[in-house]
Ligand binder design. Structure first.
Ligand code: SF4
Ligand code: MSK
Length: 641
């Protein structure tokens, strides 16, 4: 290993040392081997949108100042970043579309493996789409909702209807900026069109379209995905689970699901408890089947079934290196194509299941939702049959796993804060107004080998908690927080400031609320909307004492998420800057000028303590503007920029 790595996480620490001893390559090795990475790419100054190029602009002004076509650094950097938004929006929204297809399947085939698990959520979605619910059979409502939603993805007229659920003041801002998304597919397509050679060259105009595309995701595709997942797979409720590689069990058939879409993994979660399969497992010498998850598929089935989290994005190959994973089943997004190289050294069967994501070295067993139970059974049987191939001498499971309470939603968290019989945001708003809670933060997103693993996530979250900020978490941040004990109610006693501690103790919630997968950032948008609607904290999301962070972001989805938060009025801090620094004008617009347009803005800050302090300063600025009371238990933190 080229550099000395520090890990906050003991399981990862042990596994990386084990990998080193056994000479297995890890993502950190591949990252180091890639150094130095391309400076032009980092700054957003390369373009290969046509074959007059590739072109690159010299940031020091010693070389060409434009591409062959005359595109400037501003144009090139803006085009590049909005293409990242389009890819992120496409990924989330295609996931959302697939969930809508599953809803349509339930209607067409009542014998399918799926059913309507939350009628209340279906009715809520129906209301958004103007679907009549009074005196109608639930299947009729489902049929019409599925049709409306699926049609909307590619509609040629109108606007995305979920967007209307934003606060009225926010919607007006989008109307004035001309960025209300018209249709999800259309915005992605138009972004690709505008960034083709010789189309849109005005960086601000390009960014406006990028924001419209991101809104089509956050308030469209992602929100549809979240809402319909709740309808089909059930509305999550807080439950207890465990997190980290220590959830893998030596004597069991270990099946790990990895990716993002719950359509197959939710069925696997149910089927894995089947008695016949348990007997089959016993026949091959195992004690049973142990299902766990990696990445956001893990978040999905954990928050609905309590299935433990084996790890986050950066731990996917480490799970295989334990030597006890009999099968890793993947669907889409965040799956490393190089996993087969790791699996070659072990008996682990890697199985891809989505026609959209096939990988060399993976066996492909295509998932057909019409045959969901058969596919899930076939996979689990194959995993059991692979158990005897395990080399018992080469197993190593770190004995590290932490308890967590997870599975909060826009709805359930405030049943807690409002008391069991009173579902309202009033107590939360009152706690903020009274100065018990300073404000709200969404800390979300991936991990990345370009920083010390999880250090950014943990440092920011702990600093926010110490300063009475209630944290909502999604994606890999939530897995990190779960692994490090921040999602236990007792964590408030250790990490929270006095005011937040009082609130957490009174209602029995952890100070960090697990709100789901990266798709579920839409839940955070909804929380912010509900806080505005409850009253007393302004008229718009940008008025709220709230901020967002993605300290170790990695994916194009993360870029899209950040943009829809900024476009929704949220101050959003990330670690490594977006690749736009090669354009002074664009960089300045995103980190400053954009605030005058949307009320939100980007901030780049690699130092996690300073990142947290910037968020706290922003929250305090908003508290001051709202003329809220001083904090009940004021604790000084550095004020100066
Ligand atoms: Fe170069 Fe312009 Fe073609 Fe990009 S679009 S590769 S800047 S000529
Ligand atoms: S899995 S997108 S690494 S959060 Fe959603 Fe984690 Fe980021 Fe993938």
């Amino acid at each position: 290993m080229a550099r000395e790595l520090k890990f906050a996480d003991a399981a990862t620490q042990q596994m990386v040392r084990h990998a080193e001893a056994e000479q297995h390559e890890t993502v950190w090795d591949r990252y180091d081997a890639m150094q130095p990475q391309c400076g032009f790419g980092t700054l957003g100054l390369c373009c290969r949108h046509c074959s007059m190029g590739p072109c690159r602009i010299d940031p020091f002004g010693n070389g060409p100042k434009t591409g062959v076509c005359g595109a400037t650094a501003d144009t090139i950097a803006a085009r590049h970043i909005v293409r990242m938004i389009a890819a992120g929006a496409a990924a989330h929204s295609d996931h959302g579309r697939d969930v809508a297809h599953t809803l349509a399947l339930i209607v067409k085939d009542p014998k399918s493996a799926y059913s309507i698990k939350s009628e209340s959520k279906l009715r809520a979605v129906a209301a958004v789409y103007g679907v009549e619910t009074k005196d109608r059979e639930i299947m009729d409502i489902a049929a019409e909702v599925a049709k409306e939603v699926l049609t909307e993805f590619g509609q040629s007229e109108g606007t995305v209807r979920m967007v209307k659920t934003a606060p009225a003041a926010r919607y007006k801002i989008w109307e004035e900026l001309g960025i209300v998304p018209r249709a999800i597919d259309r915005e992605v397509v138009e972004t690709m069109h505008r960034t083709h050679i010789g189309v849109d060259a005005d960086y601000k105009n390009i960014i406006m379209q990028g924001m419209r595309t991101s809104l089509a995701d956050g308030w469209g595709g992602s929100m549809i995905g979240t809402e319909l997942s709740d309808v089909i797979f059930s509305l999550p409720k807080p439950l207890r689970t465990m997190a980290n590689l220590g959830v893998l069990k030596k004597d069991y058939v270990n099946v790990v699901v990895h990716g993002h879409e719950p359509t197959l993994s939710d069925v696997i979660a149910v089927i894995s408890k089947d008695k016949k399969l348990a007997e089959r497992a016993k026949k091959v010498g195992a004690k049973g089947i142990n299902l766990s998850g990696i990445c956001c598929t893990a978040n999905e089935i954990m928050m609905r079934h309590g299935i433990p989290l084996a790890g986050s994005y950066m731990q996917q190959e480490l799970a295989i290196m334990t030597g006890v994973v009999d099968m890793m089943i993947v669907d889409v997004q965040c799956i490393w194509p190089g996993l087969d190289k790791t699996a070659e050294c072990f008996h682990t069967k890697l199985v891809s299941t989505s026609p959209k994501a096939q990988m060399p070295g993976f066996e492909h067993i295509e998932f057909d939702e019409h045959r969901a139970i058969e596919t899930a059974t076939q996979l689990l049987e194959a995993a059991i049959d692979n158990f005897p191939n395990r080399d018992g001498q080469r197993t190593f499971i770190p004995d590290v796993a932490e308890r967590a309470v997870a599975g909060f939603t826009t709805e359930s968290v405030f049943q807690f804060l409002g008391g069991t019989y009173r579902s309202t945001y009033r107590p939360l708003n009152d706690a903020i107004i009274a100065g018990r809670i300073r404000g709200l933060a969404g800390v979300v997103g991936c991990s990345n080998p370009n920083v010390e693993f999880e250090e950014g996530h943990l440092t920011i979250v702990k600093e926010l908690l110490a300063n009475d900020v209630l944290v909502a978490s999604t994606g890999c941040n939530s897995i990190t927080c779960a692994k490090h004990g921040l999602m236990q109610p007792e964590a408030a006693l250790t990490y929270a400031g006095e005011g937040l501690k009082e609130v957490c103790r009174a209602v029995g919630i952890p100070p960090v609320l697990h709100m789901g997968a990266c798709l579920d950032n839409s839940r955070i948008l909804r929380v912010l909307t509900n806080v505005v609607a409850e009253g007393g904290l302004g008229e718009d999301i940008s008025d709220l004492p709230a901020a967002g962070a993605a300290p170790e972001w990695m994916s194009e989805k993360a870029v899209c998420i950040g943009f829809y938060f900024v476009a929704s009025g949220v101050y959003t801090v990330i670690g490594k800057p977006l690749p736009v620094a090669g354009s002074a004008a664009l960089n300045s617009y995103l980190t400053d000028g954009i605030e005058a347009d949307t009320g939100g803005r980007w901030e780049w800050e690699m130092d996690p303590i300073e990142a947290a302090h910037k968020m706290l300063r922003h929250i305090d600025k908003k508290r001051k503007a709202l003329k809220l009371k001083p904090m009940m238990y004021e604790q000084p933190f550095p004020q100066a920029e």
